[in-house]
Write a protein that binds this ligand. Structure first.
Ligand code: NAP
Length: 513
């Protein structure tokens, strides 16, 4: 069986020992192993900073944007291979693979285009100079300069392609070398993409590195000018945050973690908005079997709409075929592993013990796959006492599971959404513009993104769960407190900000420096 090698210090190196095994979650076959045992992480980071960082920073933003463009070409040329790997290792149907693979290529292309428009060569100005003295003889100009550290990118299992490139694109565009650590269970796709890009010889030596598995000293070997961009569970984020390199030495840390996201139906009299909400809820429940950090977990509807919305969602869920993604009739594939299946089944049992069951996939869905598969059928719960029901606002069941919740009035809905204590996204469905504007103002404080859908944008809207590179991705509190994407905002994490104080004549020269 193939052992996925690690790429550090300009060479491929196999980890020692047996490592851990990657499986096909539907057929149960063993696909590859990963191990990072024996890697020298201090040497890996030194090499990346010294060779990769120096070479990247010697280029302008536009030149680095051109490198991203070349990476896009390589990924597009190998797209079919990536779809095949995803089918085997993630158990996803083609439409779901597209969210990961094509989403990655789109994000990278977006940053290639955006970077091509940055005029500065080696730094970016932040705003205009501000006078510090009478007659403006002395002033202050803020600048952003690329960090000289290395960026460690730690990713979750659910987006092995997008998770890599949505972090790598702004880092490389900023001139910062990266070390990617994919989640072990689905490392194959990340590994293959990195291998293709390295073999294409696009990036300078040391700019792109990959470690698969859990290398010893991964955090220990970082220094105070390095960065860690993490995606995964809140528990792992908490463990990493407590490491002395972060806590004491000031390694910069961005976390994208769990989230109990909301969809809220307005108080509209007609059915148009309800239809839009139902369609989106079913999409979110079933795409990637609900294994999306942005997936809708809580659905808030006016009390009078509770029964009708429950019936409409259940009717659509009944038509979803779940099973082996190789079967063309199957619309929803598998969870990523048997381990995840066990966790999701336990989460479902926990919710079932404290909620009404409005759609029970365990009884109403036949799974079309051989025995031993990691599939889970969709579930819709209902909670009529959301003010006192703690579980529904706290537990993220990372699968095809959501809960319908009635609200009394608009302020009650917003208050309940806030009980998620910080989420990635809330979507709102209404044709009442005043309700929509109020929702945006009320929800923005506790959500990284507010997605407003009325009949006029029904076709053009980009979807509740899609993290578009133009918009911020991240959320406060429980969602990790991080910020990613959002156009050029993403570059800030990989730059250092300084105030330069001097004469206006010198400050004028900074732009061309
Ligand atoms: P996880 O168990 O926290 O793992 C995430 C990553 O951290 C993996 O690469 C994992 O490596 C690594 N890791 C785990 N423990 C570590 C440790 N002690 N030291 C160093 N690295 C460690 O999360 P997951 O199960 O992969 O992903 C599911 C979770 O991610 C869900 O809660 C979901 O909400 C969240 N998520 C959030 C976002 C977002 O953008 N907010 C996106 C996707 C997923 P190994 O795989 O080798 O253990």
């Amino acid at each position: 069986m193939t052992k996925l090698a690690n790429y550090t210090q300009g060479q491929w190196q196999e980890g020692k020992g047996p490592g851990s095994t990657l499986y096909d979650p539907v057929l149960g076959t063993e696909l590859a192993t990963v191990s990072a045992d024996g890697l020298d992480m201090a040497a890996c980071y030194d090499w990346a900073r010294k060779h990769g960082g120096t070479a990247l920073r010697a280029l302008s933003y536009a030149e680095r944007a051109d490198l991203l463009k070349q990476i896009v070409q390589v990924l597009q040329n190998n797209r079919d291979k990536y779809y095949d790997i995803s089918l085997q290792n993630s158990g996803t149907v083609q439409n779901d693979t597209a969210v990961d693979v094509d989403g990655a290529v789109y994000t990278l292309s977006y940053y290639a285009k955006l970077g091509g428009k940055i005029t500065g060569r080696h730094l970016r100005l932040d705003g205009e100079p501000e006078s510090l003295a009478r007659d403006n003889v002395f002033a202050s100009q803020h600048i952003h300069v690329p960090s000289r550290g290395v960026a460690l990118l730690i990713n979750a299992f659910n987006f092995p392609a997008w998770g890599l490139w949505e972090k790598a694109a702004p880092a490389l565009l900023s001139g910062v070398p990266i070390v990617v650590k994919p989640a072990s269970a689905t490392a194959w796709l990340t590994h293959e993409m990195v291998k293709d890009v390295i073999e294409a010889g696009i990036l300078p030596d040391g700019a792109l590195n990959i470690v698969c598995g859990r290398p010893e000293g991964m955090l220990e070997a970082l220094n105070g000018l390095d960065m860690v961009s993490f995606t995964g569970s809140a528990d792992t984020a908490a463990t990493l945050r407590g490491h002395p390199r972060l806590l004491h030495d000031g390694v910069r840390f961005n976390a994208e973690t769990d989230s109990v996201n909301s969809a809220i139906l307005g108080t509209d009299k007609d059915d148009a908005a309800a239809d839009l909400l139902v369609r989106e809820v079913v999409r979110e429940l079933t795409i990637k079997s609900g294994q999306k950090c942005t997936a809708i977990r809580r659905i808030f509807v006016p009390e009078a709409r509770y029964e009708s919305v429950a019936g409409a969602i259940a009717a659509k869920l009944k038509t979803i075929t779940v099973g082996d993604p190789r079967n063309p009739d199957v619309r929803m594939g598998s969870l990523v592993s048997l381990q995840q299946q066990k966790a999701i089944v336990s989460g479902i049992e926990q919710l079932a013990a404290h909620s009404d069951v409005l759609f029970d996939g365990r009884k109403e869905t036949t799974i079309q796959a051989q025995a031993g598969n990691a599939c889970v059928a969709p579930m819709l719960f209902g909670v009529k006492n959301p003010d006192t029901h703690k579980l529904v606002h706290e537990v993220e069941v990372f699968g095809p599971v959501a809960t319908l919740i009635p609200y009394r009035d608009a302020e009650h809905a917003f208050e309940l959404a806030r009980r998620g204590m910080g989420s990635l996204v809330a979507s709102v469905y209404s044709d009442d513009p005043e309700f929509m504007a109020l929702a945006a103002a009320r929800l923005a404080e506790s959500h990284g993104r507010v997605h407003l859908v009325d009949s006029a944008v029904a076709k053009a809207q980009t979807g509740h769960g899609n993290a578009m590179p133009q918009s911020n991705h991240g959320g406060p509190g429980r969602a990790g407190g991080g910020e990613e994407l959002g156009g050029l905002r993403a570059l800030k994490f990989y730059h250092r900000t300084a105030a330069v104080q001097g004469s206006p004549d010198i400050l004028d020269r900074l732009a061309g420096a």
